[in-house]
Design a protein around this ligand. Structure first.
Ligand code: GDG
Length: 484
């Protein structure tokens, strides 16, 4: 049972998570539960959709649920706080209540669909309290949680008014997975230092009356298929037009959802710095920044767009020549294949978030390159990907001078060094691909329940771990309520 906020039941737009989970879901019976993406007053109906081998169970949100649970607590409170931006977090008590209520409702609906030996894999910050809500209903199945976004240091996490409720929610899982070692260490430090937690001899942590294991599983891509997509994309019209417009200039490419975690103002500042420090590069390199607008309804994002557009205008005004401009900015996205083609043709991939769980664009850029003549990745040390992609030029995105100098170095790097760095990164991407990611998470989750229920459950229920409730009867009771 996979649970995520949005469910990729739409065949045309499967999304990154669906790609990453493909291996987990093929060859096993699975059901993917979550929000349909629709708003309606009907919170009772769970619709099932089957596409090939994959089965989905989706439910709508009411307008109030959407505003409080999704736009409110998830995106106005947790997203900024988990990206170390407490200054942008808005902690509204009513949003938190909506967040808890939607998690409790999802738990009820999931419990009715569960079979006794199902394992449950919950994704992301929208659903932190879900495992505890399931346990409260008597669900004893193995539950794993994967956090796609960073986990902040304990001092920051502790500043979230509801940090105890959130932490208890995570501890109700048998396994909590993070993108990086840094996130895992932050979580464990919080439990030990701020929540009177204890280390178990087997490396698990005990806190909030439960025992849970934290591990790092860096999310990955399907390397060979992405490389193939990029090869095909580089032959498409969009790629040809980009190269024709560049007229031999090197393309420095950035691809990011327009989000304040992605370091876009700092990146634009670094481009200004690059041309100020190296006027000889004017007319010879261009930043193509693709930044599709996301979460338009949240105020912080509207401000960000204004800031970015102001900076683009300012830097272009400062450095443009009659037939060349330093920055080409697009606030619309492109189809995946076209985007992959542009990644392949860019001389420099610029991935400079201020904070990012992983950052798949960094991995996609590497996979998209021509191994005989690869481009150079400039990567923020604050992206989870920096723990793996050590062949990149690693930068502090707040240091615009360093960022500018790294871009210059990337533009001038000789072929031998480019090949060496690229080959080293491809080795990592091949070894830790999306099949590895799924298999290692699911193996760890399955192990967590070997030998019966985990100690965590026994502790949580203060008894034999059965927790009452029978999965089998819940499942059959559910069948009648599903509408195909
Ligand atoms: C969260 C975490 C973590 C972007 N623009 C277009 C487009 N994209 C695709 C990229 C990439 C995906 O969207 C973005 O993934 P990221 O990982 O870079 O970032 P988030 O969206 O913030 O994702 C992140 C991820 O979850 C997975 O765990 O890595 O840290 O924040 O695949 O290529 N795709 C298309 N057109 C675009 O214009 N088709």
């Amino acid at each position: 049972m996979v649970v995520s906020n949005r469910v990729p039941a739409d065949a045309d737009n499967p999304g990154g998570l669906a790609v990453a989970l493909k291996d987990a879901l093929s060859g096993r019976e699975s059901l993917w539960f979550g929000w349909s993406g629709d708003i309606s007053a009907d919170t009772e109906t769970v619709r099932t959709v089957t596409r090939g081998q994959a089965a989905f169970a989706v439910t709508d949100l009411t307008q109030e649920e959407h505003d409080g649970y999704y736009a409110g607590y998830s995106n106005r409170a947790l997203w900024p706080a988990f990206h170390y931006r407490l200054d942008l977090s808005e902690f509204e008590e009513s949003d938190f209540r909506a967040y808890m209520a939607v998690n409790a409702r999802f738990a009820r609906q999931i419990a009715e669909l569960l079979r006794p030996d199902d394992i449950i894999w919950i994704h992301d910050y929208h659903l932190i309290p879900l495992a505890e809500a399931l346990r409260a209903l008597g669900v004893t199945n193995a539950i794993g949680f994967f956090s796609h976004i960073p986990f902040p240091p304990p001092e920051l996490f502790q500043a979230i008014p509801q940090h105890r409720e959130l932490a208890a929610g995570l501890m109700a899982c048998n396994l909590v997975g993070f993108q990086s070692r840094r996130d895992r260490a932050n979580f464990e430090r919080y439990m030990i230092e701020k929540a009177n937690g204890i280390w178990m001899p087997d490396g698990r942590v005990g806190a909030f009356g439960s025992i849970s294991r934290a591990m790092a599983f860096p999310i990955a891509i399907e390397v060979d298929s992405f490389a193939e997509t990029a090869r095909a994309g580089a032959q498409m019209d969009t790629a040809r037009r980009m190269m024709a417009a560049a007229r031999g200039h090197a393309i420095i490419l950035g691809v990011d959802r327009m989000d304040y975690s992605k370091g876009l103002p700092e990146r634009l500042g670094a481009i200004g710095e690059l041309f100020a420090r190296h006027p000889e590069l004017c007319g010879h390199a261009t930043l193509l920044q693709i930044a599709p607008v996301s979460r338009g309804g949240v105020e912080a994002y509207a401000h960000l767009r204004e800031e970015i557009e102001g900076l683009v205008g300012h830097i272009n005004g400062e450095y443009a020549q009659i037939d060349w401009a330093p920055i080409h900015f697009m606030a619309q996205g492109l189809p995946r294949e076209e985007l992959a083609g542009l990644l392949r043709l860019a001389r420099v991939g610029l991935v400079t978030p201020l904070r990012d769980g992983m950052n798949l664009v960094a991995k996609e850029y590497v996979a998209a390159q021509d191994p005989d003549d690869p481009g150079v990745l400039v990567l923020s040390e604050f992206a989870g990907a920096a723990e793996q992609l050590t062949g990149a030029l690693i930068v502090n995105p707040h240091d615009m001078r360093e960022q500018a100098e790294s871009i210059r170095r990337a533009l001038e790097m000789d072929l031998t060094e480019r090949r060496e760095r690229h080959a080293a990164m491809m080795e990592v991407l091949h070894q830790y691909d999306s099949a590895w990611w799924c298999a290692s998470f699911l193996d760890a989750l399955e192990k967590s329940r070997e030998g019966g229920e985990s100690d965590g459950l026994r502790t949580a229920f203060g008894g034999d771990g059965s927790g009452g409730g029978s999965g089998a009867s819940m499942h059959s009771a559910a069948a009648g309520r599903l509408t195909a």
